[in-house]
Design a protein around this ligand. Structure first.
Ligand code: ATP
Ligand code: MG
Length: 257
């Protein structure tokens, strides 16, 4: 089904946190794929059923080996682990050095995830620095969601990165993905998403701001291994659910795809 990529320009605005939450609240069956070339965080932050640690052996590396050997899209599930709570995940690299084994495979892994039957895949591609191998994944995506904070410097970097990403994707064969922005900001900050939307439109970019993910240290802490409350009612989950609804709607709409 659909591959949805989350990424940032620089800094750590909350791509991983937003990707985990988005996959958890996605309106259809979703699979979280950690495709950050600098290394994954899920196995370090979260646990499997009954608190068991996740296996570092089953995930992106084993999937890439399968892709190289010509695996079928339904075999993606052989590389999936389940988190406590049920979310299905393809665990990322333990360290960036492992990425050398994936040379030339990032694009084919993206294609495979796009064709995985019965699930939408939410992929954390980390920072889209120039030359990041994860850029090859974007070509198979239905949507690319750029995560940012609302500071002036972050928005300036976002604007140039969004332009580069859009131009790069339009040059590639096939239908380019829709590109969106999500702003991680305080729960009452309704202004920043609108202002950033305007900045991007004034720059001639068709990169709409989908909305805001609440800056919610307690909720985010729960996804960083600090088990101190209930996640399902957190501002993080509630705000991300709204984003999920809007994104799913945009993906379903025939216009603009
Ligand atoms: N919505 C949020 N509310 C509060 N804190 C957040 C939120 N999102 C992320 N954080 C915090 O910000 C820090 C960075 O988050 P995260 O790892 O998700 O960012 P990232 O963009 O994936 O970073 P990196 O580029 O290093 O992979 C973490 O401490 C996380 O708990
Ligand atoms: Mg991250």
């Amino acid at each position: 089904m659909a591959l949805i990529v989350l990424a940032s320009d620089k800094g750590s605005p909350g791509v991983t946190t937003t990707a985990i939450t988005l996959a958890a609240v996605w309106p259809r069956r979703a699979l979280l794929a950690e495709l950050d070339p600098t290394g994954g965080d899920v196995a370090l932050r979260l646990r499997g059923p009954r608190g068991a640690p996740l296996s570092p052996e089953v995930g992106l590396i084993s999937l890439a080996v399968g892709v190289r050997r010509g695996a079928r899209p339904d075999q993606v599930f052989e590389h999936v682990q389940r988190l406590d709570g049920g979310l299905e995940v393809i665990v990322g690299l333990s360290a960036a050095e492992q990425g050398s084994g994936l040379t030339g495979l990032w694009g084919p892994v993206g294609e495979m995830l796009d064709r995985t039957p019965g699930v939408d895949v939410i992929a954390d591609c980390g920072r889209l620095y120039p030359g990041s191998p994860a850029v090859d994944v974007l070509a198979s995506a239905a949507a690319v969601v750029l995560v940012t904070r609302p500071s002036i410097d972050a928005v300036a970097h976002l604007r140039s990165r969004a332009g580069v990403v859009q131009r790069e994707l339009e040059r590639r064969p096939g239908r380019p993905p829709l590109v969106f922005v999500v702003v991680v900001t305080t729960p009452r900050d309704d202004g920043s998403p609108k202002q950033i939307d305007l900045v991007l439109r004034q720059a001639g970019l068709s990169v709409p701001v989908l909305g805001r993910v609440a800056l919610d240290p307690k909720g985010a802490g729960l996804l960083s291994g600090e088990w101190v409350g209930r996640l399902d009612r957190s501002l993080l989950v509630r705000s991300t659910r709204e984003i999920a609804g809007r994104l799913a709607e945009r993906l379903a709409a025939p216009v603009g795809r």
